[in-house]
Write a protein that binds this ligand. Structure first.
Ligand code: MN
Length: 129
């Protein structure tokens, strides 16, 4: 049995942003798997069975909303929490993000303590499903 707190799939095309998220999550005891593109995210979500997915909305090719819809409609991914990574987290934006199929969001620029808290909550909600 793994001593990790959970496995996080990070879907992000920006190298710096992805490196930051990986560093923070690994330092906090999470296992990280990565994808740069939406199409890879769908495949890796099926293969790696993450406990939570962090999904950038703006990705080259298939966007994060479409990738999320595909993962949620798959047998293995229907219950996995998916948090959007979005630069546009203004008031009222959360409902729009939830309506697009996400379970929540993390605003960019990323606040590290918010990131960790959101991941912990998402993993806990997934385990209790
Ligand atoms: Mn992006």
């Amino acid at each position: 049995m793994s001593d990790k707190k959970g496995r996080v799939l990070v879907v992000e095309d920006n190298f710096m942003s992805k490196a930051l998220v990986r560093e923070v999550l690994e330092l906090n005891g999470y296992e990280v798997v990565e994808a740069d593109r939406g199409v890879d995210a769908v495949r890796i979500a099926g293969e790696e069975k993450p406990d939570v997915i962090l999904m950038d909305i703006n990705l080259p090719g298939m966007d994060g909303v479409t990738a999320t819809r595909l993962i949620k409609s798959s047998a293995s991914g229907s219950t996995v929490p998916i948090l959007a990574l979005t630069a546009s987290a203004m008031k009222g934006e959360e409902e729009k993000i939830i309506a697009q199929g996400f379970d929540g969001y993390i605003a960019k620029p990323i606040d590290i303590s918010t990131l960790i808290k959101s991941i912990e909550e998402a993993v806990a909600s997934f385990i209790s499903r």
